[in-house]
Design a binder for this molecule. Structure first.
Ligand code: SAM
Length: 300
């Protein structure tokens, strides 16, 4: 199980020039690709990795155990990052986010993230049993609710047609229980010329929408950014890699607002994107955008 870290050389290059990197919080630990490189490059650094997914958190913890007390992993949603303030003197110099799902999650069919693998309609990154799953959305939400999710979080042009089609299918055939059944239903709903026009996989935007909704990703991002700003040191930086326009828009606007409020400076006037070479070696990097904000106030 592998996950190739994205834009990591660029992050390290920035971190090298940063005034301090004694404490680094990796908000999206995953398999620990970023954390491991921080530990290797910056010998004085202590790294704390957060992940909401217990499998990822455990694997990274085991993999990086050789770094002893320099590394610790916590099962935590980054939306609650401000809580780190309460556990000791926690003033990180760098807070790093690498949003979305890891390759481990995408390729574990039983998690239901991939439209290419047969699996249950789950898509929860954490394992909280009280959370709505993709199955709940597809099988219990009404057409207007589903359509909103597809339109807002998937920017899907055919949201209403798809939502209505799913409800009609449910009424006739019963529940839709797996990722591949959902793909089949989508293929039945959308006329072939529409599917051809979509270019990419016809289920891509629907799966993105479900994942964002189930994990409350955009609200977590907003809260996570605000919390990161509160805990990061003065002259410390927030580094964030995002993978689609909804996330990037939130990051861009938050950084602009902070700048206007006089809280610091935007280091990346334009987002940093992967080189052609990186994209050639790792196609999943193609939509990545990195933005950095440097805090310059002790207020807030
Ligand atoms: C793209 S992967 C990170 C990969 C990592 N940088 C590496 O190089 O191995 C994103 C990780 O963030 C986690 N994640 C997503 N949203 C989260 C949240 N709100 N709080 C904590 N972890 C989250 C996912 O479970 C996933 O493991």
């Amino acid at each position: 199980m592998e996950h190739t870290p994205v834009l990591l050389d660029e992050i390290i290059e920035y971190a090298r020039q940063a005034e301090k990197k004694d404490l680094i919080v990796d908000c999206t630990l995953g398999l620990g690709g970023y954390s491991e490189r921080f530990l290797k490059e910056f010998h004085q650094a202590i790294v704390i990795g957060l992940d909401v997914d217990p499998f990822a958190q455990n694997m990274a913890k085991e993999r990086l155990s050789r770094y002893g007390e320099r590394f610790s992993a916590r099962l935590m949603n980054f939306r609650d990052i401000e809580e780190l303030k309460n556990s000791g003197k926690m003033v990180p110099d760098l807070v790093v986010f690498d949003l979305g799902v890891s390759n481990l999650q995408l390729t574990s069919a039983d998690r239901g993230f991939s439209y290419n693998e047969e699996g249950p309609l789950d898509m929860r990154m954490g394992r909280d049993s009280d959370k709505v799953t993709a199955w709940d959305v597809i099988n219990t939400f009404d057409a207007p609710e589903m359509s909103d999710i597809f339109r807002i979080y998937g920017e899907e042009r055919h949201a209403w047609q798809i939502a209505k089609g799913i409800v009609r299918y449910r009424q006739k055939e019963g529940t839709i229980d797996s990722t591949t059944s959902l793909v089949q239903v989508l293929r039945q709903i959308l006329p072939a010329p529409v599917q051809r026009k979509m270019g990419k996989h016809p289920a891509r935007r629907i799966f993105q929408a479900l994942r964002i909704f189930v994990n409350d990703e955009l609200e977590s991002l907003e809260k996570g950014l605000e919390g990161a700003f509160v805990i990061v040191a003065e002259k410390g930086s927030i580094i964030i890699v995002s993978y689609h326009s909804l996330e990037d828009r939130i990051v861009k606007h938050t950084f602009k607002r902070w700048k206007m409020e006089g809280l610091g400076q935007i280091i990346t006037k334009k987002p940093v994107v992967p080189s052609d070479e990186e994209i050639e070696n790792n196609i999943k990097a193609r939509s990545a955008k990195m933005r950095i904000f440097k805090k310059e106030t002790i207020f807030r």
